[in-house]
Design a protein around this ligand. Structure first.
Ligand SMILES: *Cc1c(COP(=O)(O)O)cnc(C)c1O
Length: 411
């Protein structure tokens, strides 16, 4: 981990990593075990901690910083907006909200947008919209079919919609009305449809948190057809797959289908918290007071989203993600024989490898020490979600850190 003293010189930090971690243990509520280093600065594909150690970032805020850390367009947009209007009111339109709504509806198959602050909140809105639609147009149908191993967020309703194995026992009782089926199994969806009860099918085009499982083309097309035949809404959770991550602005574009409802988050603000619930006109049934939120469509978030999505489109970032993703997969496949990877899979720059042993957490920990941030979504799976504008040289740099760690851990 090279220390770049010159780059650190202008950074003001609240203390050393050791001091801050000690303070954190006393005052930050425990929800997850974090490394004992505190991050203070980011630029492009790199992060620096309080001691000036550099990390090559293949997590990027959990597939959030699509343009890398502190991209100039985002920094500029936030600075300008902060001087002009930080917050108006959720009960008033603001100019940035209108701009971003127009951009997203122009560029997608959806007609209207509701803005929120997190992915879970957008999905919660999608669930509410589907239930309202069922109440108004389907005689009270309210059940939503979702997939095992799917992930839709951490509110009670979105946890209930998710199919994470160990979540079943947590925070009971859950929100009822979700039927889980195996992913990529069209027959299971067909069998789960209950006339008069089922209102929607909710899926991720690629199950990211589950370990990067890509929906087959025939599967999503088949689900779309089933939804049409039975008069159901197709809800696509594109919170992780959207904004170029999979090689097109939205992943659904690669399937030759259109959802009735789509949610966005993560990459939408390039690091700034913002999410969106989009729907076709026929599904927009919210009435006065049905949905809202204090910070929804907040001008800083809208300016961030507009700057990021405009840049992603103007610089053809999705196409870059596609070619970089291919390069990343090729480099990983070159290591397949040496390390016995049992699978290398992905779409665009959402990529995973399966290790022959349940050692992914050890690999992640040792990579961290060696200056590389990686994620282990499962005990034997590593996930790669770098900035979409990463270079081939940075992919090579990642492989240069990962390979020796694998040699040690898998020996
Ligand atoms: C991250 C994620 C969410 C939840 O988003 P938050 O912003 O953490 O609430 C929902 N769905 C998918 C597919 C995600 O990847």
């Amino acid at each position: 981990m090279p220390v770049t003293a010159s780059a650190q010189a202008s950074v003001i930090t609240a203390g050393t990593s050791a001091d801050l971690v000690k303070q954190a243990e006393a005052s930050v509520m425990y929800v997850v075990t974090r490394p004992g280093r505190v991050m203070v600065r980011g630029k492009g594909s790199y992060l620096w901690d309080a001691e000036g150690r550099q990390y090559l970032d293949f997590i990027q805020g959990w597939a959030v910083n699509c343009l890398g850390h502190c991209p100039p367009v985002l920094v500029k947009a936030l600075g300008q907006q902060a001087k002009q209007l930080v917050n108006a009111s959720p009960a008033l339109y603001n100019d940035r909200m209108v701009q971003l709504a127009k951009l997203l509806t122009d560029r997608s198959a959806l007609d209207k947008v509701f803005f929120a602050n997190s992915g879970a909140e957008a999905n919660e809105g999608a669930i509410k919209l589907a239930r309202k639609w069922g109440a108004v147009k389907k005689g009270g149908a309210h059940e939503i079919i979702t997939a095992w191993n799917g992930f839709h967020g951490r509110t009670l309703a979105t946890m209930s919609a998710s199919g994470k194995q160990h979540w079943d026992e947590l925070f009971e009782p859950k929100v009822p009305g979700f039927t889980r089926v195996p992913f990529n199994d069209l027959e299971a969806v067909r069998k789960a449809i209950t006339p008069g009860k089922t209102v929607a099918v909710m899926l991720e085009p690629v199950q990211g948190e589950a370990g990067v499982f890509v929906a087959e083309k025939g599967y999503l097309q088949g689900v779309r057809k089933l939804c049409d035949e039975h008069g159901l809404l197709l809800i696509l959770d594109e919170i992780q797959t959207g904004i170029g991550r999979c090689g097109t602005l939205f992943a659904y574009e690669q399937y030759g289908i259109e959802p009735d409802i789509m949610t966005l988050g993560k990459g939408l603000g390039g690091g700034f918290p913002v999410s969106a619930l989009l729907a076709k006109d026929h599904a927009c049934v919210f009435e006065q007071g049905d949905q809202g939120g204090t910070f929804c469509a907040q001008p800083l978030a809208m300016a961030a989203g507009y700057a990021v999505v405009s840049e992603v489109i103007a610089k053809k970032v999705p196409q870059k993600a596609l070619s970089r993703g291919k390069y990343l997969m090729r480099r990983l496949k070159e290591l397949k024989a040496e390390f016995g990877f049992t699978d290398v899979r992905g779409k665009g720059l959402l990529v995973a490898v399966d290790l022959p042993k349940e050692k992914a957490a050890d690999v992640v920990a040792q990579c961290f020490e060696a200056g590389l941030l990686l994620n282990a979504p499962r005990p034997a799976t590593l996930r790669f979600m770098p900035a979409l504008n990463i270079s081939n040289a940075q992919v090579d740099e990642m492989i240069g850190i990962l390979a020796p760690v694998l040699r040690k851990v898998l020996a």
